[in-house]
Design a protein. Structure first.
Length: 368
């Protein structure tokens, strides 16, 4: 899907908005009840027009937000990576990238986008009031060794040849033993699992000797969120769910951890990447907080996004503020569907802390 082919949809959307604005019955039929929980997480409803669910985004004449772009340098670096690593993306978005680069270098004023030929399409949000769910992902650094020794007993596997559709339980119980697929051994089954969730990671082999394990393949089974399972089982309250909460549960219940993880039959195999570049599904190196994972059925890979990102504190509480960032959609994720963006936070514990807490709301405009 390219934006050039979406003129008819955008025109239809504009007409639909006029209809919605004149019809209180339509609004009442589709409006999601305001939630104090989502408002605590950055969702705003006041002075917002409800957009029906059949319209994932809609054309806007202006961007009704104030503030400055906080990451112009990082964004331009991300654009340069996209141009250098992907001819497909470059060919599709050359005009958009050129217009936005010109606008940033000459103005950067949010209210002057149209002067530089840049059109804006706003996401409807998961509730119809433009509140888009934003989570975070990162690249962990875990302790590991190349051989099984001491506490380092949990294998990280390469892609099997031939049969690879073993369940997680079968793999944990030896289905891949003796096949020479062990890339390394970590000291934590949960760290391995969380590296799978993130899609890649670095292993510290001791003394700061790092190796990059990139995403290789999956075993063919659907993903089941262990966080959701813990909530459904009454182990962790929904409002307290985070990666940190899962870690704490695992520390309290070491004998139950493997059984919990096995309920997610999906398993990720890795490959050794001799470079230290963290790349998304598009094969482009990612710049922290200048790249996102998106549902490419709605937002094509390579799209430029103006993101009103919610700011949170170290406990995961929304501070009441947002900041404006430019980002590029360069990755996908099994849990990233619809009105949801996963914002790439970077490498290591600090990035992981924020990624584990971020499940908040802001607005997103697609620029083209």
């Amino acid at each position: 899907m390219t934006w050039g082919k979406n003129k008819k949809l955008l025109l239809t959307t504009a007409i639909a908005l006029l209809i919605v604005g004149c019809s209180t019955t339509t609004t009442k039929k589709h409006t999601k009840v305001y939630s104090s929980n989502t408002q605590k997480l950055g969702a705003i409803f006041q002075n917002r027009q409800f957009i029906p669910p059949q319209y994932p985004y809609f054309a806007t004449a202006t961007v009704n937000v104030n503030g400055k772009i906080v990451n112009p340098r990082e964004f331009l670096q991300q654009l340069n990576y996209a141009r250098s690593y992907s001819s497909t993306i470059t060919n599709r978005f050359a005009s958009t990238y050129g217009k936005i680069t010109n606008w940033l270098n000459r103005s950067g004023n949010i209210h002057e986008l149209s002067r530089y030929g840049i059109s804006t399409n706003q996401m409807r949000g998961e509730d119809g009031f433009q509140n888009v769910l934003m989570t975070g992902y990162y690249v962990p650094v875990i302790q590991a060794r190349l051989t099984r020794q001491g506490e380092f007993i949990h294998p990280i596997y390469a892609i099997p040849k031939g049969q690879k559709k073993y369940t997680r339980a079968e793999i944990y119980n030896g289905a891949l033993y003796g096949k020479g697929l062990e890339l390394a051994y970590s000291n934590s089954m949960l760290d391995n699992f969380l590296m799978e969730v993130q899609g890649s990671g670095f292993v510290d082999l001791g003394g700061g000797n790092l190796r990059h394990f990139a995403y290789g393949d999956k075993n063919g089974y659907g993903y089941t969120s262990v966080g959701r399972l813990l909530v459904e089982d009454g182990e962790i309250p929904k409002e307290q769910m985070s990666v940190q909460a899962i870690r704490e549960w695992g520390a309290r219940n070491p004998s139950r951890l493997q059984a919990l993880l096995e309920r997610n039959r999906s398993f990720v195999y890795f490959r050794y990447d001799q470079t230290l570049n963290v790349k998304g599904s598009a094969g482009v190196p990612l710049v922290p907080l200048a790249s996102v994972a998106s549902d490419k059925r709605i937002v094509p890979t390579g799209s430029v996004l103006l993101v009103e990102m919610p700011l949170i504190d170290n406990q995961g509480n929304w501070t009441g503020k947002h900041e404006l960032r430019l980002m590029v959609a360069l990755d996908v994720g099994g849990a990233v569907k619809g009105q949801h963006f996963d914002l790439y936070q970077g490498i290591g514990d600090k990035a992981g802390h924020t990624a584990g807490l971020l499940k908040h709301y802001g607005r997103v405009w697609i620029l083209n």
